[in-house]
Design a protein around this ligand. Sequence first.
Ligand code: SF4
Length: 416
Amino acid sequence: MPQEPLTQSSPTPAAANPPPRDPRTWPAGLYIHLPFCAAICTYCDFASELYSPERPRRYLVALEKELAAKVGRQFQSEIQNSKSKMERYSPRTIFLGGGTPSALSIGELTHFFDMLEKYVDCSKVEEFTIEANPGSTDAQKLEFLLKRGVKRISFGVQSFRPHLLKLLGRIHGADQGREAVALARAAGFRNVSIDLMHGLPTQSRDDLKRDLDEALALGTEHISAYGLIYEDGTPLKGAVEAGKIARLPPEEEAAHYRLVMERMEAGGLPQYEISNYAKPGYEARHNIIYWRNEAYMGVGVSAAGFVNFERATNHYEMDAYMSAVERGEDPAASRERLSPEARARESLVLELRLRAGVDPAEFYARWGLDIEHDSAVRATLDKYRSVGLMEQTAAGRWRITREGLPVADGILSELV
Ligand code: SF4
């Protein structure tokens, strides 16, 4: 695959008249992957590694080199078009994911934010999120993050039931999940999210009900609730394959999903995406960029970016990623440029994840696909409408029904 040289170029100040930016091609979102964790969870296949004090320094140097090159390239194309001067990259959203970004020490985080602010103007960011593990969060770190511009924190709580936290290999106890939210509030965070999991082996409906009620009682603005995916090569999948632990039957997994929907809505957190619930106005703006298939920049090991209609995904292995960057090479392990038609279909599949659904005229204006009249797309939409799994709202927007949501993946796979 083509490898672009990774030449480093630093931005220079102040653009007088920035050219108009197309959200389909200009990256309004910035994702940065910080891959260190205090322990590796039994279900995890993210690019993550055990934290050790000697690794972050080398990684942060590589991260800076990649970020500088990507920001430089982004502005280079604008300069050629407009003859304006470069400014720092000013994304609308920033998301620090991992791994566990909160596993880094304050000294390492200081290095990271100093580096970030050289290339990125964080002052105009609408939503700046960090993922955090309740087991690696304290008041000092939370206050530090707020001072450096982070406004939203997303805690990987997963469950409040000790036997499930043990099964998942989480480093924190149930109390730490609750305490982390309280600490974030005390520090001044006004936008807090927690992740929960359902469909877990040995998880009863009563376990799930209690988790949902405890999560809602914390009053966070946002909750993500994900069904467990058994990823290849993970200890949890290995235990299921070895017959040491039993997966829940599919109808029970679907019952868990329905229970989550009911409880969340009754608890005042409307569903806005297949796995996401929020108080109005607190929907995750960064993730909405993904679901609207808009452009975003991805930096770090395993990070994916989608810029100028090209999807690039960095090396998954830490050493392959760092060595490529250190050699001045592009760290992308794969690049893909979809045809306009494939892009439109991919956009439809992503956008149908949103409960707001898809407005045919607006969709056509953005992607050039007429979902009302394209025979293949329309046949699939009608097929599922006829059995009550898809609907068209009074405003004409197509969306998956509540009955269709537990089988949304199957429906959407037919539209690709
Ligand atoms: S904390 Fe998150 S990224 Fe780290 S091992 Fe657990 S699930 Fe994976």
